[in-house]
Every structure is written in structure tokens, then in C-alpha cells.
Write a protein that binds this ligand. Structure first.
Ligand code: ADP
Ligand code: MG
Length: 390
């Protein structure tokens, strides 16, 4: 399924066409080899991103790599989780790649802002990344530089894999050997084949799934799984698959999420989950089945709560306010039902209303200053006399 990189070479005259068609605007980001700017299509006013790469005459290899990037982008475009290429232009010293704009920038910046993500958000983001990786792999394209800096968020916060600058197409039975990628995300087999002269060692598509494991670990904990100030010691940790999920940041992470990490950060690439297998893991499946199976129960529960809440609100007027013990002892007059009871008893006893004082408390002094209602006094006097005569 390999393709010839001389196919569809951008037209050398077309930079003029770029400026005729687009207005370059502010810088959106910079990579090792490029500057990415916002640009506006003159005819429509629509905004895009344009990756601009500059070359000297003597770095043909970089130019070839850029042309390969364009061809791979064209090959794998049209997927919701892969950046869409709109056009490309080439001059002797520059290549321009016009892509769809992702106004919310890098997942890296989002993660820096929120530090770590909930499992629900991680599930959404990670399933999109894996869907993108599955799509790349279906074309035998290995990305080789998956990391939060190369994962962008579009206007709806949908995730898009970008920067296919290190991507390569692998044909069956042929593995790659070059050391490509970003240190913390490199897979053990990639490091091993770069550190050894042994024949037969190589790597392929599974290096992307290792990187997905590193990303998943980082999204959930806010920390990288493999980190050491000295890079060679970090590489050793990677090659030995030495990482832990025991710190306090893992306390509220589910076993299911940890289990998926354990199936991605697997030293042996043959044992490592593929993108399709990862997407079938219960970390994603449980959410889906929960949505399907438990939806009726959840809906019923929500309806019961809703009806109950409406009933409570409508009858609030007739119900006594909830009373806490301390409040009741300190100021019973505050509560409407008690106030009514006190007032009506006082009325029964004294024949007129005993008003609360200016502090909104019951005025106890008024109670004692007032004479009791005469009927009751007479009634009490009579029963007292009756007792004495008998
Ligand atoms: P490099 O190969 O030099 O790393 P990238 O393609 O990764 O170049 O782009 C560099 C940076 O530019 C990205 O990390 C991102 O911040 C920004 N960027 C790239 N493409 C877009 C885009 N389509 N929309 C918004 N920002 C982008
Ligand atoms: Mg990049």
C-alpha cells in the first residue's frame, strides 16, 4: 500500500497562489521545523491554519519529509479525529500546508490549565485519539509522534490528531528502525532497536499505542509515567516498563482505567493492545452499555425525582419549615407553625394577642404582665372550690 512520494508534488509556482488566495495572520504555534499561522481565505473570509516550513537548498531530506507529510495527510484525511488538509503550496524555499483551524489549540495547553482530567472527559478524549489512531493504522500509517502537543481541539472541543511530520507508511513484514519521536513517549522496542546493532530488530504500528498509554496515564494523573532528569535513566525505565500508579493522584482512578493503561504500556509490542482492542476495553464499553442498558432506570429515577421535587415545591407553603434542635430552643417564635401555636394559645389564655417585641422574639415579659382571661380564671376558681367542698 506504499505510495510514490513524487505523486502530486505541489506546484513550485503556487506560493503566489497562496498569497493570492489567503491572508496570513497571527502565529498559532511553533514546532521544531515550522511556524503555524492562522490565515483567512480572501474570497470567503473563512479561517484556516497554515503550516509554513522553510528550507535551505541543502536540506533536501527535510523537504522530502514535508512532501511525505502532505501526501500522508491527503491519504488519511476525512476522518473526524484527523486534521483535514485543505491545500498545499510549494516554492524553492517554502512549503505551505493549509489545514482546518483548531481554535482551541493543543490538548497539552488544555491539560496544563486543568492539570488532570476526570475519567469521563478522559474517556471522551482517549476514545477520539484511539479512533484517529485506528484510522491511521488502517492505512498502515504509523504516526510516531503522538503527544498532547500534537493533539488539537476544534471549535466543538472535538479532538484532532495533527503533525504527521514523522509519520511513515509501513508495508507488511517491513519494520522501521529510525529513532523518531519525543523521548518521554518513545516505546521500548523503538529505543531498543536504536541502541542495538542486532539484525531483525525493528518497530511498527504498536509504538503509537505505547504513546497512547503514556497520554492516558498523563491525562488521568497529570504526571508522566516515565520521567528522570537524566534521559538515559528515563530510557532505562521505559525499556524495563517501570512505572507506578500508586501515588495519591491515583486514589480516585478506577481499576478499569488502570487496567487499560496496563494493556497499553506493555513492553512486548505483540502483547500490547491494538487501537481496536483498546476501544473494546471496558473503560469505554462500560460507559456505552451503561448508556444503553441503564438508561431506562436512570430516566425513571430522574422522572421520580422531578415529580417529587415539583410536589415538594408546590406544597412548600403548607409544610412547616425544617427545624433544627438548637434553633427551636433558642427562638421557637421564628418558626411559622410554632408561632401560630404560641399565638393561638396565648390568645386562648389572655383573650388578646401577645405581640412579639422589636427583636422579632417572643416577648416573655408581656406574657407575665398580662392578666389571664376571666372565663378561664372563673373556670379554674370553680373547679378549685368544688375540690375543697368535697
Ligand atoms: P511541528 O511539526 O513543527 O511540530 P505542528 O504541526 O505540530 O508542527 O504544529 C506546531 C504547533 O502549531 C502545534 O503544536 C499547534 O500548537 C499549532 N497548530 C498546528 N496546527 C494547527 C491547527 N490546525 N490549528 C491550530 N493550531 C495549530
Ligand atoms: Mg508538533
Amino acid at each position: 500500500m506504499a505510495f510514490d512520494i513524487d505523486d502530486e508534488l505541489p506546484d513550485r509556482e503556487s506560493a503566489r497562489q497562496f498569497y493570492q488566495k489567503y491572508d496570513p495572520k497571527e502565529v498559532l504555534g511553533k514546532g521544531l521545523s515550522s511556524v503555524v499561522r492562522k490565515c483567512v481565505e480572501k474570497g470567503t473570509g473563512k479561517e484556516y491554519a497554515c503550516k509554513i516550513m522553510e528550507f535551505n537548498d541543502d536540506n533536501d531530506e527535510t523537504r522530502d519529509a514535508t512532501l511525505r507529510e502532505i501526501q500522508i495527510l491527503k491519504l488519511v484525511g476525512g476522518h473526524p479525529n484527523i486534521i483535514d488538509i485543505i491545500a498545499s503550496f510549494e516554492t524553492p524555499n517554502y512549503v505551505f500546508i493549509v489545514m482546518e483551524l483548531c481554535p482551541h489549540g493543543e490538548l497539552f495547553d488544555y491539560l496544563t490549565k486543568v492539570v488532570r482530567l476526570s475519567e469521563k472527559r478522559t474517556r471522551q478524549i482517549m476514545s477520539s485519539i484511539l479512533a484517529g489512531v485506528q484510522h491511521l493504522h488502517s492505512y498502515h500509517v504509523v504516526h510516531r509522534d503522538l503527544k498532547p502537543e500534537n493533539i488539537l481541539m476544534d471549535s466543538t472541543m472535538n479532538v484532532k490528531i495533527t503533525d504527521l511530520g514523522f509519520a511513515a507508511q509501513v508495508t507488511d513484514n517491513v519494520s522501521l528502525h529510525d529513532l523518531f519521536g519525543t523521548p518521554g513517549y518513545m516505546a521500548p522496542e523503538l529505543l531498543r532497536c536504536s541502541q542495538s546493532d542486532e539484525e531483525g530488530l525493528g518497530y511498527g504500528l504498536p509504538v503509537d499505542l505505547w504513546a497512547c498509554g503514556v497520554i492516558l496515564y498523563t491525562l488521568l494523573s497529570g504526571l508522566p509515567p516515565f520521567w528522570h532528569r537524566k534521559q538515559h535513566l528515563m530510557f532505562r525505565m521505559i525499556m524495563e516498563g517501570r512505572y507506578s500508579m500508586t501515588g495519591s493522584e491515583w486514589d480516585d482512578v478506577s481499576e478499569t482505567a488502570k487496567d487499560l493503561i496496563r494493556h497499553l504500556l506493555v513492553i512486548d509490542p505483540d502483547e500490547r493492545y491494538t487501537a481496536a482492542q483498546a476501544l473494546q476495553h471496558s473503560f469505554f464499553i462500560s460507559e456505552r452499555t451503561r448508556r444503553i442498558d441503564f438508561m431506562p432506570k436512570r430516566t425513571l429515577k430522574a422522572h421520580i425525582i422531578l415529580v417529587w421535587s415539583i410536589y415538594r415545591l408546590r406544597t412548600l407553603h403548607y409544610r412547616p419549615q425544617p427545624i433544627r434542635g438548637k434553633d427551636l430552643l433558642e427562638n421557637p417564635y421564628r418558626f411559622k407553625s410554632y408561632r401560630k401555636m404560641i399565638d393561638s394559645t396565648a390568645f386562648l389564655l389572655y383573650g388578646h394577642w401577645i405581640k412579639k417585641d422589636e427583636h422579632r422574639n417572643q416577648n416573655r415579659a408581656t406574657l407575665f404582665q398580662t392578666t389571664e382571661k376571666s372565663v378561664l380564671v372563673r373556670h379554674e376558681q370553680r373547679s378549685h372550690d368544688r375540690q375543697n367542698s368535697s
